[in-house]
Design a protein around this ligand. Structure first.
Ligand SMILES: C[S@@+](CC[C@H](N)C(=O)[O-])C[C@H]1O[C@@H](n2cnc3c(N)ncnc32)[C@H](O)[C@@H]1O
Length: 271
């Protein structure tokens, strides 16, 4: 039997157990950032970037247990997660999925197989991207976000985003249409990283944490008052914090109990 929506809460559970318990057509917007499966040893791992010291730091590429998959297991996770996401979205609902050149093709393939419509592929231009330490390839300076819809009807806050200034974005002028390339610095504000003082043990730090400004923009282009926002791979809880900042309801799950502690702390700070 399907449960009611656990509104405004975070659950410490595998998303493949969490989503199947949710009712059909109950969510307005899903914003989620699955593992990229690029940690060392994975088929999709970066072969041209190794963990290296230099340029003032131990540049810590993503090399995490939660990001380690066989290629087949990764495809299964993405396929099942997308099928269930499609089921729980309302008919005019939309979904944002973050990725990089390593995994976005896999997400794109399974999204189409699941009958999602691709509204846009957004290029998140990261002007302060990871330095090109290997000097064997172009400096990777962007990530991708697929914006998907369940049907051919969805909400786009065209006028609002057209008028918005987004002063930090050198590609967006006030009163000009918002393009699919977003210039959003990856820097996090002090309050976004404040949990690191409360949890100094680095196993609590979410290295793939997205800047709030990126998720805020996803909500600003499509959310409407009363919407319910979901995230299946919450990490530090960026999507949930953005939903609160926009006076929207949320649901979320995260498999790592330490990250759930971080999220619970962040939610309490906002209360
Ligand atoms: C790329 S990170 C998300 C980062 C997040 N967007 C943020 O801003 O902090 C992916 C997260 O998915 C979690 N995860 C991995 N597999 C999962 C699963 N099957 N169900 C739920 N969470 C999972 C990981 O523990 C990790 O925190």
């Amino acid at each position: 039997m399907k449960k009611n929506l656990p509104i405004n809460s975070i659950k410490n559970v595998d998303c493949l157990k969490f989503i199947p318990e949710l009712p059909d057509a109950s969510i307005d917007i899903i914003i989620t950032d699955p593992p990229y499966a690029i940690s060392s040893g994975n088929k999709l791992a970066m072969k041209n970037v190794k963990k290296q010291n230099g340029f003032g730091g131990d540049w810590n590429i993503i090399d995490e247990e939660w990001d380690t998959f066989s290629f087949e297991d990764y495809c299964t996770l993405i396929e099942k997660m997308l099928k269930e996401s499609y089921r729980v979205l309302k008919s005019n609902g939309t979904m944002f999925l973050c990725g990089t050149y390593h995994n976005i093709g896999i997400i794109n393939y399974f999204a189409l197989q699941t009958s999602f419509n691709i509204i846009n592929e957004i290029v998140w231009f990261k002007r302060n991207a990871f330095p090109n330490l290997s000097q064997k390839c172009l400096t990777a300076s962007h990530e991708n976000i697929l914006w998907l819809s369940k049907s051919d009807s969805w909400n786009y806050n065209y006028d609002v985003v057209k008028q918005t200034e987004y002063s930090f974005d050198r590609l967006k002028e006030p009163n000009k249409q918002l393009r699919s390339v977003w210039d959003i610095p990856n820097n996090k504000k002090k309050e976004e990283l404040a949990y690191r003082e409360v949890f100094p043990d680095k196993s609590y730090w979410i290295r793939s944490q997205k800047p709030l400004r990126l998720i805020d923009r996803c909500l600003e282009i499509t959310a409407q008052p009363g919407d319910i926002i979901a995230d299946w791979f919450c990490g530090s809880g960026t999507t949930l914090i953005s939903a609160i900042n926009h006076s929207l309801s949320f649901i979320g799950c995260e498999i790592n109990p330490k990250f759930v502690e971080v999220i619970q702390w962040r939610l309490k700070e906002k209360a």
